[in-house]
Design a protein around this ligand. Structure first.
Ligand code: COA
Length: 162
């Protein structure tokens, strides 16, 4: 494997077991994986950027070869600055494909030396996304199968505040 540094970008609002599964797989493939939290997305996240970073750092603190950072602006510019040759994205179902394909080709157009690698999370997590987790938590459902305990506690606290 020639490429050493990979970035795994996303909104992570919040991080789920599905994301963690992709991070574990990426950490097996690359020397270093940067989990990269997007500050500015078209979404209006429930958790602030600092909360998302803290939550992810807490969950990933024992994983070797994985660090956490945030970014604003173009993904490929961050990748270039940090010498990351690979963008990792999770591919859960056919419905992800069109959007992911478009992003991968746009990023290639902007930075031809950077490749996108798609990793498939465990089947049990293919239906999962952060909106579903937020919705179930908001309605008082049990999200312990979807997110780590520390994330669950933060969700409960956050939703109680709002
Ligand atoms: N398990 C569980 N859920 C997963 C998942 C997995 N393995 N992989 C993705 N998801 C979910 C996310 O939780 C998210 O759910 P939500 O929409 O309910 O919040 C959804 O699938 C997809 O979101 P995410 O993976 O966070 O990506 P995104 O689409 O929000 O982020 C960026 C996209 C940030 C990577 C992209 O917008 C970007 O690169 N922005 C920077 C600007 C730029 O460079 N633009 C040009 C690139 S085309």
């Amino acid at each position: 494997m020639k490429r050493k540094i990979a970035i795994y970008p996303g909104t992570f609002d919040p991080i789920t077991f599905g994301h963690i599964d992709v991070i574990d797989r990426a950490a097996e493939l690359f020397q270093h994986v940067i989990v990269l939290v997007a500050k500015n997305t078209s979404k209006a996240p429930l958790f602030t950027i600092d909360e998302r970073l803290a939550m992810i750092r807490e969950v990933l603190r024992n994983k070797k070869g994985v660090s956490v950072d945030c970014f604003d602006g173009l993904l490929v510019e961050y990748a270039g600055r940090h010498k990351a040759g690979v963008i990792v994205r999770g591919l859960r179902a056919v419905s992800d494909f069109e959007y992911e394909f478009q992003m991968a080709l746009t990023n290639r157009k902007l930075a031809p030396a950077i490749d996108t690698v798609f990793l498939v999370p465990r089947e049990g997590y293919t239906y999962l996304n952060s909106s579903i987790v937020r919705e179930v938590a908001r309605l008082g459902g049990d999200v312990s199968d979807f997110v780590p305990g520390s994330v669950q506690r933060r969700l409960t606290r956050k939703l109680r505040q709002g």
